[in-house]
Design a protein around this ligand. Structure first.
Ligand code: NAD
Length: 483
């Protein structure tokens, strides 16, 4: 089975912040891989625009280095040269006049034009304003904005208002790269493409749901940003919330941007406020070789959390009574992201108490080894009576589809191509982002009022002990964090 690549229409893409970390590590490598796959032709312009003074040749060298580092083995020498030939650069100040006329000169009228705002959010408004002043916004124009989208509800609203002055909602692509992951989309295929799961997908059959996004790295080079944000703003308000929405939402009438986003929004609005006792915050300590959070953050008294675990409840007919436990943190035991749908026990065991307790668990693994696994109970083979064991029905895509099909595009590849295709299904709508902040703000407000420091936890652990208690007290337990 060879992958089908449907070429997109010709486009000009401006990457504001083209010399930055995200552009070098993600955006340009993703574009290169799509070019290698044949998704767009050499008649495309990829224009870097940033404050750093350099010419196009220097930017090409910078990006060539990035391709060497992040796209090992992709494409041959000629393809690489053809890609680099598409790149040009404009030295430009988002807050000044420099560079804008030169940028205008590079844009073609008969192309889709996309503008990637890969700069600090404080510059989004300036960019939108200058794009407008220089007449660069035509009907095809679209912008991609990166996280963080606001810092709280008020700032997200202000940002939405600023962008709305020059762009319609259908032109704004708020990126959450988790939605570009193959498995996350497969979650929708599994739920809405099969009859098997849907009758069980409710509080009558699902005991609880766990969403874990665990990282082994600390805050590293992002210390200043992270110390302001913390795990709640950096991860829960966006990535974990999006995963929760996809698990919990009602079937949309069509797999199209607004039907999908309407259903996600309903989930966020049905979330109950979280009681302070249902949240555990943690902060990692040092481990002899690596410094603790506060040292890395450069604030000896930082009360920012690098770990959070919480219990969320959705008040609607489908989910009332089924808790959603969310947890994310840095410097944990392993780098792993998964969603586990834990089904209830069979109503009565005909095999007696000695057969033990067995449960079906549907695990959606986002990393590593993207895939989906359904734990089912079977008889242990052999003559020794009726002993039950749990075995996984493994839908790891590499095995089911063969290595070529399972060589997934990176989330950024899919999402950038969706921007050119004009498909917003996997991007967050303005009202969704605001609703997510409206849910997280009161949780953060309690911490700010109390000024309680987060609980310490060891590097390489599963977070503070209290996070385990969050589930133990409900007679449940977290799944192990393992590679
Ligand atoms: P960076 O600091 O590495 O790069 C910033 C870029 O903005 C540089 O190219 C710089 O020249 C340019 N710039 C700064 N001031 C400018 C001005 N006045 N006019 C024009 N250009 C200007 O930042 P980054 O890590 O690439 O992040 C870019 C955006 O993406 C940020 O909003 C960040 O929050 C977001 N983001 C980054 C990552 C990541 O992994 N790096 C992940 C998620 C989101």
């Amino acid at each position: 089975m060879a992958s089908r690549v449907i070429p997109v229409e010709p486009f000009d893409l401006v990457i504001f912040g083209g010399t930055g970390d995200l552009a070098r590590r993600k955006i340009l490598p993703a574009l290169y891989r799509r070019f290698v796959a044949g998704q767009f032709g050499a008649d495309t312009r990829l224009i870097g625009a940033a404050r750093t003074a350099m010419d196009s040749a220097a930017w090409r060298d910078l990006i060539a280095e990035a391709l060497d580092e992040f796209t090992t083995g992709a494409g041959d020498g000629a393809t690489r040269e053809a890609f680099l030939a598409m790149l040009s650069y404009v030295t430009l100040d988002a807050r000044g006049e420099e560079g804008w006329t030169a940028l205008s000169g590079q844009m073609r009228d008969d192309r889709i034009r996309a503008f990637y705002f890969s700069v600090a959010p404080a510059l989004f408004g300036d960019l939108a304003e200058r794009l407008h002043l220089h007449g660069l916004i035509d009907e095809t124009a679209r912008i991609v904005v990166e996280k963080p989208f606001g810092h709280d509800l008020d700032s997200a609203r202000a940002l939405n208002r600023t962008l709305a002055q020059h762009f319609c909602e259908h032109q704004i692509y708020r990126i959450d790269h988790y939605l570009g992951k193959e498995t996350v989309q497969n979650l929708m295929a599994i739920r809405f493409g099969n009859v098997l799961f849907e009758p069980l997908w409710n509080s009558q059959y699902v005991d609880h749901i766990q969403i874990t996004v665990a990282e082994t790295v600390g805050i590293g080079g992002r210390a200043e940003y992270y110390n302001h944000a913390g795990a709640m703003r950096d991860m829960v308000q966006n990535h974990l919330m999006q995963l929760l929405c996809l698990i919990a939402m009602e079937p949309p009438a069509r797999f199209a941007p607004d039907p999908v986003r309407d259903e996600k929004l309903k989930v966020i609005r049905a979330l109950d406020p979280v009681a302070p006792g249902d949240v555990v915050r943690g902060q990692y300590g040092g481990d002899g070789t690596q410094p603790d959070f506060r040292t890395q953050a450069g604030h000896g008294d930082s009360t920012t959390e690098s770990f959070i675990a919480l219990k969320a409840q959705i008040s609607n007919w489908r989910w009332a009574g089924t808790p959603f436990y969310l947890r994310t943190g840095k410097r944990l035991r392993a780098r792993t992201s998964e969603i586990a749908v834990v089904f209830k026990d069979a109503p009565h065991s005909i095999f007696g108490a000695e057969a033990g307790r067995h449960r079906n668990i549907l695990t959606i693994r986002l990393q590593p080894n993207e895939g989906i696994e359904l734990g089912v109970t079977i008889k242990e083979p052999g003559p020794g009576g009726m002993r039950l064991i749990d075995v996984p029905l493994d839908m790891t895509f590499a095995e089911a589809l063969g290595p070529e099909e399972a060589d997934f595009p990176d989330a950024y590849e899919r999402l950038i191509m969706d921007v050119i295709r004009g498909n917003q299904t996997l991007f967050m709508r303005g009202d969704e982002v605001e609703a997510a902040w409206a849910w997280t703000d009161p949780i953060i407000a309690v911490w700010q009022a109390e000024q309680e420091p987060p609980l310490p936890y060891d590097t390489g652990s599963a977070g503070p002990e209290e996070a385990l208690m969050l589930m133990h007290r409900d007679g449940r337990r977290w799944r192990e964090i393992k590679p």
